[in-house]
Design a protein around this ligand. Structure first.
Ligand code: SF4
Length: 359
């Protein structure tokens, strides 16, 4: 075991990527990076991380921050509950922990948005304490290293992986060792065509020795993809555009959007848009002009968003909201100040970049 540990540590020392949070391992930096990395690829996270640290250089600067500022900074990363949980946790940490992340696994687990993985990451990477962590990279490495014949998410297999991740941790080297495992999964023991020839632990790898690498990890049946069609409309009146703020709970909570919604059975996008405007705002719209169709994905959903310009069909100008908490008439150039869901941001980008509007 010592040989495997040392091989991994040596490999990490030679091959670790330079990442902004690896400069000082400040607990605040490690925490923010780990939350961002939960659902997002490393190459995208680095830019977001740097922007975040410029705007919120320390934990105290987030406590009491305006949620819209935080969501705007998070725009494009998705899974916005992560950003909201950072604000909640920062407020707790300032109120109860003198504005610092505690070096205590149980206390970390009580903070919103921090589960077993993130608590293990903060304890080991920020504080160099002997706590394991298991992410998708480590699951894949262990499925091959120990030649696991069950899917890694199976209860018993998952418990085995966590136990092994703890057993393998060398004393005093948790920071480097946990990162070495994840880095190996990201750079060498990759999902397709792993680079076994240059792998520092190939002599210990059971799947490699049994020629089963291509069959590990064993995969679960893929989650069923759900296709959704939606319609949205940009309503302009006196040079201003109507946007509404989604309710504080549910998908895309507290983000701003153009009114619209899902197509019902038998509806065309145009019919759905007129109906949704009436249901959500009590505004009658018509004169629909197609702008574009935007496609985007989140979790298992594949969304097709039909986008239109529309006009008011009667004298009523002020909406009565049924699907949102607030509305505003904003100048087109002000749209960049609001955090929008991915599909609506793509629509604004299309208007600006493809049609030269809303600049
Ligand atoms: S030998 Fe290949 S399969 Fe085994 S851990 Fe290394 S890269 Fe992964």
């Amino acid at each position: 075991m010592k040989k495997l540990q040392q091989q991994l540590l040596d490999w990490f020392q030679e091959n670790a990527r330079e990442l902004p949070w690896r400069k000082t391992y400040t607990p605040y930096h490690v925490w923010i990076s780990e939350i961002m990395l939960q659902q997002t690829q490393m190459d995208r996270v680095v830019d977001y991380f740097n922007r975040w640290i410029s705007r919120f250089p320390d934990l105290k600067s987030i406590a009491g921050a305006c949620e819209q500022d935080v969501l705007k900074l998070w725009e494009g990363l998705g899974y916005y509950s992560r950003a909201r949980n950072i604000i909640k946790s920062a407020n707790i940490l300032v109120a109860e922990y003198c504005g610092k992340l505690p070096a205590d696994h149980n206390q970390l687990l009580k903070l919103p948005g921090i589960g077993k993985y993130t608590a293990g990451a903060i304890m080991s990477i920020a504080f160099n304490k002997e706590y394991p962590l298991v992410d998708a990279n480590i699951e894949r490495v262990f499925a091959r290293l120990f030649n696991l014949a069950q899917p890694v998410k199976d209860k018993k297999t998952s418990a085995f992986i966590w136990r092994k991740a703890g057993d393998l941790l060398p004393y005093g080297k948790a920071r480097e060792f946990n990162q070495a495992l994840m880095e190996l999964g990201a750079l060498v023991c990759i999902a397709k065509n792993p680079r076994c020839k240059i792998c520092p632990i190939k002599t210990d790898c059971q799947a490699f020795s049994f020629d089963l690498v291509a069959k590990r990890p064993v995969l679960n049946a893929p989650a069923k993809t759900i296709f959704i069609e939606m319609a949205t409309g940009i309503l302009e009146q006196n040079g201003r555009i109507l946007i509404q703020k989604r309710k504080p709970k549910g998908v895309w909570a507290n983000l701003w959007e153009f009114p619209g919604g899902r197509l019902e059975a038998g509806e065309t996008p145009e019919m759905a848009l007129v109906r949704e405007y009436l249901e959500e705002t009590e505004l009658a719209v018509g004169n629909l002009k197609k702008i574009t169709t935007v496609k985007h994905s989140y979790t298992i959903y594949r969304v097709t968003l039909h986008c239109y310009f529309c006009s008011l069909m009667d004298g009523r100008l002020e909406p009565v909201l049924h699907g949102a908490q607030e509305y505003r008439w904003v100048k087109p150039e002000e749209l960049s100040d609001f955090a929008l869901p991915a599909g609506h941001r793509k629509l604004v980008d299309h208007l600006q970049n493809e049609m030269g509007l809303f600049m």
